[in-house]
Each structure stands twice: as structure tokens, then as C-alpha cells.
Ligand binder design. Sequence first.
Ligand SMILES: Nc1ncnc2c1ncn2[C@@H]1O[C@H](COP(=O)(O)OP(=O)(O)OP(=O)(O)O)[C@@H](O)[C@H]1O
Ligand SMILES: [Mg+2]
Length: 498
Amino acid sequence: MRSTRSQDPSTRPSAKCTKSHASHYEKKQALSLPPKLNRTTFRTSREMDFLSEKELVTQTGHGVSEWPLVIVKELMDNALDACEDIDTEPVIDVVADASGISVIDNGPGLPEATLEGAFDFSVRASNREAYVAPDRGAQGNALMTLLAMPKVLDSDAGRLIVEAHGKRHVITCGTDPISQRAVVHDDVSDVPKCKNRQSKDGTNKQALSGTTIRVEWTSRHDEDGDVVWPFGSGGFAGRFEQRFRMLVEGYAVFNPHATISLDWFGKRSEWNATDTSWSKWKPCKPTSPHWYETSHLERLIGAYITHDRDAGSDRLVSDLLSEFDGLTGSQKRTKVLVDADAKRVKLSELAVDGELDKPRIARLLASMQSHTRPVKSKRLGVIGEDHLRARLLGMGIESDSFQYSRKVGNDGLPWVLESAFGYRGDCESSRLIFSGANWSAAINNPFRSFGGTGEGLEAVLADMRAGRSEPIVLHLAHPRVEYTDRGKSALVIGGNEQ
Ligand SMILES: Nc1ncnc2c1ncn2[C@@H]1O[C@H](COP(=O)(O)OP(=O)(O)OP(=O)(O)O)[C@@H](O)[C@H]1O
Ligand SMILES: [Mg+2]
């Protein structure tokens, strides 16, 4: 390759060269050297990533043809978590129609600040991400993907509609053609605070709070008059019905305390709560120090320091401790603080020269763990045989074919694995398999790659997979469910059977 610095002597001009000679030389040089572009490094906002189909596929972990399932799963996770946040029995309505998918809950209402936080695609906004707990959502990502999705689905009319706290937000995402930055338009209007919701007996009941979220697009029909959804080619809405319904039903299978309804193009299905007083480890419950490793506590402390700094405050280490299981009483807290030498210490003091004081945080965690008891597996929540029998009978299984099994384990991290099976006779429809973790239904079976260590939970799961009578229901409760991908489609966990 020719260097642009050295010159071929045969083409070098003499000192006496005339103007015409020089231009002849320049022409010759232009012909002999490849043209060079000195490229400029442009900085483009990563916000744009959310506004392309390709990146949303990565963010959601699912192809466009599965996005109707992604929408309903993420919205139902959030709805159930929100109701449990305020210890309310969840009543969730899902509506699918020609121009959108809506999920309506009776929770505390999506806070305006959280919604606005999601407008900044470069920042996560979540009240779960930094805690270790058996939560459904923990990535602080879903709301952002759902904000961007309508625009990608329908560039003209795609929008997200959020109703909460007496306000209706009609949100559209666009792009600034010059800066290539995401531009979020939030058209806010008032809605009556008391929304009317249809109850089971057809009468209207008033919900004082709650959130309605709707992903909306332009209604379209094909030449036969069938509804076409904008999820990839051949998007006839009817082809989504079975999987959509099964996903919603999965939530009814895993949540005995929830009343769930589905309105699929006017066709209604309802699953009433079988036990409104059913207990599980709810998001509003303090988390256990035994679920944290030092890196997790560092993450939580870092998040609190940043949050407090932004709010112009600084909490005590003691205030942080009061949020943990077993440390709500002041006597225990004092013991931990004395052991960890953190009495009257502010949280910000656990950061030195812009770095977290890792040895000190490790000592604090060790002290928290030594003064509290690990959580017994069953306290995480057991769906239970009665509820699963009721749900499977509702699906038409032969009653004497019902089988239920429960395994519990704890090797530092507690877990509960439940499975149920029933025979549906010579039913023509394909086998129904409901799998999920932490009371959240999975789009695809997340228990796919276990059996590596051959011990504990992995062995139990591998065993179940190998069994000929694959369970119709498989559910795992675990405080540190980790997914290998953002689409929450493959789990990584570990543990030993008790
Ligand atoms: N229906 C709702 N009612 C009240 N708050 C909500 C609702 N939906 C979302 N939120 C709030 O918005 C936050 C962000 O939701 P988002 O789904 O993006 O993240 P996440 O649920 O924390 O994690 P993940 O990305 O795994 O779902 C939640 O942490 C919660 O605080
Ligand atoms: Mg979520």
C-alpha cells in the first residue's frame, strides 16, 4: 500500500516547474494516490438504540412476533408488584383489541416521577433493581422498552397511554432528525380520579387509585375484515390468541391472591382469586441480609448515597439497617452497628475519595448476617396444592389424574420448587405447560439448561425435565433469580436440597 508521505521520484516536480507543470503534477498525483477521507468521530445519543426494531429485540430478548407477549408480561409483572407494594389483593384486567393492549390494576398508581424517569433512556428507574428479593421485575428496563415500542410498531400513530393519579399521559416517542436524540412528547390531561371499572357482576365499581397502561397503534384489517396487528408479517391478531391467553392464565396459576380477567376482542375469561389472604414474600417486605453478597450491598448503598445526594439528604447506616428483615427492632440494630463500628455513621461515610469502602461494607454485611436468622424457604411463598388443583381442574383435567409435588431447599439461598400435572384426556389441543419464577409467568420455558452440577435445585430441575410426564406447571420461588438475558427467557440459579 502506498504511503501518502513518500513520493515516487518519477512524479516529483522540479523546482523550476511552471504553473501548467504543477497542475499536471497535481492531476497525476490525484490519479496515482487513493482519495483519503479523514473521518470525524461523531457522538450520537444511545437513546436512539431504543427506537430501532433491532435494538428493541435485544432489549426485550424477543423477536417482534413475540412482542404482544412481552407487552402483557411486563405490564402484568408491574401491576402485580405494584399491588403487593401496598399489600392490596391484585385485581388485574387485560384488554386486547384491534388497536392495542391494555393492563389495568388497582395498585398505588405509577408515580409521575418514575414515569418521567423512564423518558431518559440512558438511566434506569426502578424501585426493585438495587434490592435482592424474590421479585418479578428487577432490571428497571421494561417501562423504557414499552415507551419506545409503539413508535417502532407504528411510526405514525404508535403511542403509550398511562393513566394514574388523576392524569392521562399520551406519550409518543420521536427523533430529532439533526441530533438523532429521542424526543418524548407527553401530552398530559386530567382524568377523573375515581375510574369506573366493571366488576364481575356487570355493575360498575369505583377504583380510587390504580394504573392503566395501554400500548396503542392504528387499527387495521385485511381484505377478509380480520384484524391485523403490527407484529411482523402475516400479523393476523387471531394467531396470537392461544399464547396470549396462556400467558395471562399463567399469572392466574401462579398467584392465588389475584383476580385476573382477559378481554380478548370482546371474549372474556376470568380467574377469581382462590385465596385473598395467601401469603408470599411481597415487595413491601424488608429484604433479608442473607440474600446479599458484599457486591449486592455495595450496589444498594451506592444507589442510596446517589439518591440522597440528589435529594439533598444523607441517611444514617442505622436507617438502612431498619429496612432489613430481622433488623427492624432498635436493639438488634444497635448490636450490628457496634460490631461494625458504624454507630451514628452516615451512609455517605461509607464512600471514601469517590470509592465505596468495600472492606467496611463487607464487615457491615457480616455483622447484619450474624445478628439475623436466614429466611426459611416456605416464607418465600408456597402456591399450594389446593390452588393448583383448582386451576388445573378449570383447564379440564381429569380430577383423579392430578399430581402435585413440592421441594424446598436452602444452602444460604432458600428456594421452593412446585410442580403439578394433570391429564386432559383425548384433548386435541396441544399440551399446556406453565412455567415461571417468582410468581411471574414465562413466555418460553426458562428452565432449560440445568443439571450442570448434578446437585440440589439443579438436579431436581434436571430430573423434572427428564421425566416422561413433564409437569404441566413448574414454578420456582428464589430470592436471587437471575436471567441470562434481558428477555428473562433462561434462568441461572443454584442450591442444595434440604
Ligand atoms: N402499574 C404500576 N404501578 C405502580 N408503579 C409501577 C407500575 N409499573 C411500573 N411501576 C414503577 O416503575 C418502575 C419501572 O418499571 P420497569 O418495569 O421498567 O422496571 P422493573 O419492574 O423495576 O424491572 P423490569 O425491567 O425487570 O421489569 C417499577 O420499578 C415501579 O416502581
Ligand atoms: Mg417491570
